[in-house]
Write a protein that binds this ligand. Structure first.
Ligand code: FES
Length: 208
């Protein structure tokens, strides 16, 4: 190439000027692939709505429901009932002509000391359930009666109904005096006055 130029110069031919070398083109940097919010959700939705994902989700849901049902069937009932028998203290804890509400909220019974039922001083336990539709009456000491807030039934201290729609007296539950000198209520035993069951010695404790 240089020799050819020299020959052309010697022959008096015009020679084209030498062009400067072109600078090397800089390599373009590889574009970073930005994961935009939109592309992320597009990617996620393409995964989640694929048939495989749908089938897997359905199968997992059904499996989970079956597992829960099986566990519920196999596990013992965790709702614990309170024992029907429980101690309520000594006779001296219950003064005459009074209704004790000590166990009404927690165990649903009153302990009554009175001689108004048959002239004998007795201790007995009344179930705090109205015999009309099952509401919980209140003891009104000023009026010496149990009063049901639902429909107005009233019961004497004896438990006998005298006003309102209640069709029969309150029920007694078992009450006995143990060898340890403590009274014990047994809610598994029920005694209804209209059936003559209040004469059962398990339904009261006779006092002095
Ligand atoms: S439930 Fe007690 S009066 Fe109706």
């Amino acid at each position: 190439m240089v020799a050819a130029v020299k020959e052309a110069q010697q022959a008096g031919k015009p020679v084209a000027p030498k062009l400067p070398a072109q600078p090397a083109k800089p390599k373009l940097p590889v574009k970073e692939q930005k994961v935009t919010r939109r592309s992320f959700w597009q990617m996620l939705s393409s995964v989640t709505i694929s048939p495989f994902a749908v089938a897997w989700t359905v199968m997992a849901t059904i499996g989970g429901v079956w597992s829960l049902a099986a566990a519920r069937f196999l596990m013992p009932n965790m709702v614990r009932e309170l024992p029907s028998k429980f101690k309520v203290g000594a006779i001296s804890d219950y003064p005459p002509n009074a209704v004790s509400e000590k166990y009404t909220a927690s165990r649903g019974v009153w302990i009554v000391n009175t001689d108004q039922y048959n002239g004998q001083p007795l201790l007995y336990s009344l179930l705090a359930i109205c015999t009309h539709l099952g509401c919980t009456p209140s003891w009104l000491s000023g009026e010496q009666k149990f009063k049901c807030p639902c429909h107005g039934s009233g019961f004497y201290i004896t438990g006998i109904n005298f006003e309102g729609p209640a069709p029969r007296p309150l029920e007694r539950v078992g009450l006995t005096l143990g060898a340890d000198g403590l009274l014990e209520v047994d809610k598994s035993l029920k005694f209804q006055e209209e059936l003559g069951q209040w004469s059962d010695p398990k339904s009261y404790v006779e006092l002095g």
